[in-house]
Design a protein around this ligand. Structure first.
Ligand code: NAX
Ligand code: K
Length: 505
């Protein structure tokens, strides 16, 4: 699914109106019908709806919603903010229609505003500003937002919480943004919904399909997408009857050190549960028995060192290599890592301590072969690119790094972002907070290694790997709960996740 900018969303509205013979006011009526339905599904008529409408079409939506729900016998109260005396045409039409419906509980605010008391059973419908917001809210509008936010009322925002920008909020004023419990977003999600620091203003969000032109959406250019199950299903390579293990690749995992053998174990289990033909784990001698007895399906290649990775492995006969889980950062490991990476000629995944080492030796970053996959979580990324003040800045810098190194970056977290060297970002919808647990990243590295070894492209391995890893996390969460689940449970749930994805229509 594409994520378009607010400017493009306005163009999409205009294109739909021009090419699909629907009047702007009728498109708004369609949106309002779906908004009203979503609101009535959540709140019954015991709730008073207090509607705050702004001067543009977001206000027009809110007024139409007020009329529809008033006619369904909801108790409704409307405040329209007309401070400049310039209302959009659709907003004006909807004031007219509201009045014609017999609605009387209507206040037009031009300067002085005497706010209504808002109780915990009231529902505020926020239609102050939508995709037409040009700068952070200030003055009277900021005061209204702060009044609503300070109240105990439930808040439903139309399209986007008023005051929030669709993309970059670096220069926004946070206290002047509506804090919604529910955001009913029209047609497409906004990029800013996917950023952690906006979670408390966006609340839960839901998309309403108002029938914006498919033609426009398909041809619109964007660098942001949300991955969909059907796309991932279509990527899975079918297995022929006469398939043999030699056809599914041989991967090399370089992982583990003294006290961190578990990371090698988790990545290996995940790798084998994701369809690889053969797996060799290169690990210090101290982890030999642990791996042999716990993942008998894997072959173990001992490093020369007892306790840490000390000598680059030969890459002949392998289709892909992953390095990093539980690797440690011993001096001898640093040297071995640089040797391994500098001479790597097969697809490569760098994770965990491999990334931490590079963050201490940033000059060496350019030794990473083009198209390698880096899988940092936020902290690991910031050790490389420096601290960022918000998610938009972090994403922008991650894109710069991906372009500079010509690498894929898998930025892990809620909505894990797969960033390609040419600047396209795919956000992943699966997963849950239970996955914020030790070893969860090791599992992902194992899955991606498995897919690369089987001949999936770098982009496919990243996107499919991240999707299935999140799905396995969701299955583990259903079985064990968000608190009790561990990364071992995620690895164990991989077979069910693959099965579920393959059954997706
Ligand atoms: N037919 C249509 O065009 C449709 C429009 N839709 C709704 O229309 C919205 C977009 O409408 P608009 O483009 O009219 O934009 P908005 O309703 O978001 O606001 C535009 C108005 O706000 C003013 N403004 C912008 N920033 C301001 C600020 N910081 N302080 C004070 N005033 C400010 C502008 O001058 C303009 O008058 C969407 O979010 C959606 O809710 C939907 O109903 C779908 C159909
Ligand atoms: K809004």
């Amino acid at each position: 699914m594409k994520i378009l900018s607010c400017t493009q969303q306005k163009e999409a509205d205009a294109y739909t109106i021009a090419h699909e013979s629907i009047l702007s006011i009728n498109l708004m009526e369609k949106a309002a019908g779906l908004l009203a339905q979503a609101i009535s599904e959540r709140y019954d008529k015991s709730h008073r709806l207090v509607v705050f409408a702004g001067p543009g079409n977001n206000g027009g939506d809110a007024l139409a919603v007020a009329r529809i729900l008033f006619l369904k016998n909801y108790p409704v109260e409307v405040y329209l903010f007309n401070v400049k005396g310039t209302l959009s045409e659709e907003c004006l039409t909807n004031i007219q229609r509201l009045k014609e419906s017999g609605f009387a509980n209507y206040t037009e605010v031009s300067n002085q505003f005497d706010p209504p008391h808002l109780g915990s059973h009231d529902v505020v419908i926020d239609g102050l500003f939508g995709s037409g917001l040009q700068k952070p809210l200030s003055g009277g509008f900021a005061a209204v937002v702060q009044y609503i936010n300070a109240s105990p009322a439930q808040v439903v925002s139309i399209d986007i919480p008023s005051g929030l920008m669709g993309e970059d909020n670096t220069h926004n004023i946070r206290q002047n943004i509506i804090k919604a419990d529910l955001t009913l977003s029209i047609q497409m999600p906004k990029l800013s919904f996917l950023f952690a620091e906006n979670a408390d203003v966006v609340g839960e969000w839901q998309l309403l399909d108002i029938g914006i032109s498919r033609e426009f959406i398909e041809s619109a250019k964007t660098n942001y997408y949300i991955t969909e199950a059907s796309e991932m299903r279509a990527l899975i390579k079918p297995r022929k009857k006469f398939a043999h293990k030699g056809m599914f690749g041989h991967g090399l995992l370089i992982a583990g050190s003294y006290g961190m053998g578990g990371a090698a174990l988790l990545a290996s289990r995940a790798c084998l549960r994701s369809g690889i033909g053969l797996l060799t784990v290169h690990t210090p001698v101290c982890n030999h028995d642990l791996l042999q007895s716990n993942v008998p399906e894997a072959m173990v290649q001992d490093d020369v060192h007892d306790r840490c990775f000390a000598e680059a492995a030969d890459l002949d006969n392998f289709q892909a290599v992953a390095i990093g889980p539980g690797l440690g950062q011993e001096e001898i490991t640093v040297q071995a890592l640089f040797d391994q990476v500098s001479n790597c000629y097969i697809p490569l995944v760098l994770d965990a301590d491999a990334l931490n080492i590079f963050s201490s030796y940033r000059n060496y970053l350019t030794r990473i072969p083009r198209h390698s996959i880096l899988t940092p979580h936020i902290k690991e990324l910031e050790r490389i690119i420096g601290r960022c003040s918000n998610s938009y800045e972090r994403l922008s810098k991650a894109k710069e790094l991906a372009a500079h190194l010509q690498c894929y970056i898998v930025l892990k977290g809620a909505w894990t972002a797969v960033i390609t060297p040419d600047g396209v970002t795919y956000f992943n919808p699966t997963g849950n907070p239970g996955m914020a647990t030790a070893g969860s990243g090791d599992v992902l590295t194992g899955v991606i290694l498995s897919l690369l070894s089987q001949g999936y492209t770098h982009e496919e391995a990243c996107r499919l790997g991240v999707y299935v890893h999140g799905l396995a996390g969701d299955i583990a969460c259903q079985q064990k709960g968000v608190i009790g689940m561990t990364s071992g449970d995620i690895a164990d749930a991989l077979p069910a996740a693959w099965k579920q994805l393959m059954e997706t229509k």
